[in-house]
Write a protein that binds this ligand. Structure first.
Ligand SMILES: [Zn+2]
Length: 185
């Protein structure tokens, strides 16, 4: 079992589309960045890489490399997922919190959850998407500092289950399940 965390922030900028979690959102401003500025996918990428101690997003996609100018951040997440699988793990769940004043994320949560789940190859109920306004964080709360904090990823070793293993697991009962549940944060 591995847990990773990732964090990211970008500034709003006029004239660019707003993309969060691989979803285009209707808003007057987008997020400035070398790539498409998708803070959620950047934070998730770092969380996945961190969970298997495989570096960070900058070590694979340096912003100094013009190759990644305007890149779709799904590419970054796909590479992180590749590293996770290479290490012998798979994503069990991810959780995230968006900190921004606008736009309202609530109505878009389902779309973002579905898109992130598809990119990670998991079910939507394995993807937590939450949003908070940045009150008392030293910002003026005028849409200038959006940030995603992705703080909980749980992993499990990819093991092909045999019938015998399944029987062993079921005979151990719920004790093992309870121990696993304690690994959530
Ligand atoms: Zn970023």
């Amino acid at each position: 079992m591995r847990i990773g965390s990732g964090w990211d922030s970008h500034e709003f900028k006029s004239g660019v589309p707003l993309k969060i979690g691989g979803v285009d959102l209707p808003h007057g401003q987008g997020l400035a960045g070398h790539s498409d500025g998708d803070v959620l996918l950047h934070a998730l990428t770092d969380a996945l890489l961190g969970a298997v101690a495989a570096g960070d997003i900058g070590s694979y996609f340096p912003p100094s490399d013009p190759k990644w100018k305007g890149a779709d951040s799904a590419i970054f997440l796909e590479e992180a997922l590749r590293q996770v699988r290479r290490a012998g793990y798979e994503v069990a769940n991810v959780d995230s919190t968006l900190i921004l004043a606008a736009p309202k994320i609530g109505p878009q949560t389902g779309r973002i959850q579905a898109r992130v789940a598809k990119l990670l190859g998991v079910r939507p109920d394995q993807v937590g998407i939450k949003a908070k306004t940045p009150e008392c964080l030293g910002t003026d709360n005028t849409r200038q500092l959006p940030a995603w904090r992705c703080c909980s990823c749980r992993w499990r070793k990819s093991v092909r289950r045999t019938k015998r293993n399944q029987q062993k697991r079921s005979s151990r009962g719920s004790a093992a399940d309870s121990a696993n549940a304690a690994d959530f944060c």
